[in-house]
Write a new protein. Structure first.
Length: 117
């Protein structure tokens, strides 16, 4: 499984990528929507894990852009805010919606589930 992680919190996204690599999952990461779009133009991903609230390009906006480069990619949204509005928006746009702090095992299981659908 090849994963694209996008979150404006660099410490979080780099730690997630490292922890996934320890479990045999190939993960690239980005701290902005524009960086993520550049990665998606040159790589193929099975799943993208996107932070809902990021500066400039939100996770929901980014998903719509990524769909053009990888129509088969699946999506999981993350948020640290957990508002009802974020939940409704994220749930409508992604296969899954998870709240930070994130359990790595739950993330891996969720990624496997959405890829198998």
């Amino acid at each position: 499984m090849r994963v694209l992680l996008v979150d404006d919190e660099e410490e979080l996204v780099t730690a997630l990528a490292e922890r996934l690599s320890f479990r045999g999952i190939d993960a690239d990461w980005s701290t902005s929507g524009n960086e993520a779009l550049n990665l998606a133009r040159t790589h193929t991903y099975d799943v993208a894990v996107l932070d809902v609230k990021m500066p400039n390009i939100s996770g929901i906006e980014l998903k719509k852009m990524l769909e053009k480069t990888g129509p088969d990619m699946k999506y999981i949204f993350l948020t640290g805010h957990g508002s009802e509005e974020d939940f409704r928006a994220g749930s409508a746009e992604a296969s899954q919606y998870l709240v930070k702090p994130l359990d790595i095992e739950l993330l891996i299981e969720t990624m496997r589930q959405v890829v198998q659908k």
